[in-house]
Design a protein around this ligand. Structure first.
Ligand code: NIG
Ligand code: FE
Length: 409
């Protein structure tokens, strides 16, 4: 059965597999079939080709590829607004973490919560990504930090993916922090990740990627390398939280181990940019985190773009350093603080984001053969999208050819 998406202003999509040009076609409609885009043409032509097609009303919107959010941490128990208030009063994220708050605080409470309780919370949180036009997310474990609790986290993602019309790409992040019980023997925790967690996660096919928080006072470059090489041996592709708060050489490590992406990168070196560009590692920038932590030095996106890198952006949704599911807000922050154009931020949030999670053959552009994952935005043109900020421009979200979310104008 074919469906025609008609009554659109037109479509806006990254044009090709590389470059930053948008392909803007006014007045076209889309034919959707078997969850894929079957054709893009004039409404008259599509009506002729598919005479008995069902129809979806485009409500006079512009159609864009559903946003792809390639870095999120949605599986946690309690929120941390108390820490937010402390930060507002002047305490830093690092001070709060050093005092036993931060990620370790989340880990303590996570372990007390049941699978069902956590599933329900995760479900509600992930639903909100859809409401803001995101049809694919990457989602990390990382608040369990024991074998059973990390497996629990990834199984929750699997369950929620079966319940919600959103694509969830799971990442194992057992190396998010060193839990309380290993603080005095950190290498032993690295051994546990390598010898027990990674083999089980791989065996149960619970994740596609393995990430590490490579950061001063968290995991060293040497520990990160050991973990990521073990992950690779088990078929999990490396990712890294790199050079965020301090320069450690995480970007260079990402290139060395052939990571698919390295994320954050506020403190990346010139050498880090060169080596990532050469190795084809996707930089995933998280301006919401810099903003929410009240920091000033945003990642050097322009240098990365000049080096030919396919910069992607993400929310980093998590209870500590970026509590938002809103990719539209990330477009505004990227425009203002990463100095990216409207065309660039749209490409970074769709096609390049898909590349950061190995989904570029399925999503991230509007092209024949791609998944029919489409967001309809009530805007006069694409330049308006990052400009009118802090609101939700979504009218409808289509996933695999079906309307899965709708908002009144
Ligand atoms: O990406 N960097 C580590 N993880 C998160 C923060 C997680 C938390 O504070 O709970 C991040 O910023
Ligand atoms: Fe993160």
């Amino acid at each position: 059965m074919t469906t025609i998406l008609h009554n659109l202003q037109g479509i806006v999509t990254p044009a090709d597999t590389v470059g930053w040009e948008l392909n803007i076609q006014a007045g076209v409609a889309l034919a959707l079939e078997d969850g894929r885009i079957r054709a893009i043409d004039t409404p008259e032509k599509l009506q002729e080709m598919f005479a008995d097609a069902r129809r979806i009303d485009g409500a006079g919107c512009w159609a864009l590829p559903g946003f792809v959010d390639p870095h999120t941490h949605p599986v946690f128990f309690k929120t941390r607004e108390g820490e937010f208030s402390l930060r507002v009063m002047g305490k830093s994220y690092e001070e709060i973490a050093a005092a036993g708050g931060g990620i370790r605080n989340s880990v303590r409470v996570f372990r007390q919560a049941s699978f069902d309780e956590l599933s329900e919370l995760t479900y509600q949180r992930i639903r909100r990504f859809l409401e803001y036009g995101t049809t694919t997310i990457e989602a990390k474990s990382g608040y369990g930090l024991s074998l059973e609790d990390e497996l629990k986290s990834l199984r929750i993602l699997k369950k929620v993916a079966e319940l919600l019309p959103i694509t969830i790409v799971p990442t194992f992040l057992g190396a998010h922090e060193v839990p309380d019980e290993y603080q005095r023997d950190r290498e032993k925790y690295v051994d546990l990740i390598i010898n027990e967690m990674i083999p089980r996660v791989a065996e149960e096919k619970l994740a596609e990627f393995c990430d590490v928080f490579c950061e001063k006072d968290v995991f060293t470059v040497a520990q990160s390398e050991r973990i990521l090489l073990a992950a690779k041996d088990h078929g999990l592709q490396p990712k890294l939280h790199a050079d965020e708060l301090f320069y450690t050489g995480g970007a260079e490590l990402a290139a060395k181990v052939g990571a698919i992406s390295a994320d954050h990168l506020l403190k990346i070196s010139a050498e880090g940019i060169r080596s990532m560009a050469d190795a084809g590692v996707v930089p995933v920038l998280l301006p919401g985190t810099t903003f929410f932590l009240g920091k000033s030095g945003y990642a050097p996106a322009r240098q990365m773009i000049d080096a030919g890198m396919p910069v992607a952006i993400a929310t980093d949704f998590n209870p500590g350093s970026s509590m938002t599911q809103n990719m539209q807000l990330m477009l505004t922050l990227s425009a203002l603080y990463l100095k990216m154009t409207s065309a660039e931020v749209i490409t970074a949030a769709t096609r390049n984001a898909a590349r950061a999670i190995a989904r570029e053959d399925r999503v991230g552009t509007l092209e024949t053969g791609k998944d029919a994952d489409i967001v309809l935005l009530d805007i006069p043109g694409h330049e308006y999208l990052p400009y009118h900020y802090g609101v939700n421009h979504v009218r409808k979200v289509i996933r695999h050819g079906r309307v899965v979310f709708e908002r009144q104008a």
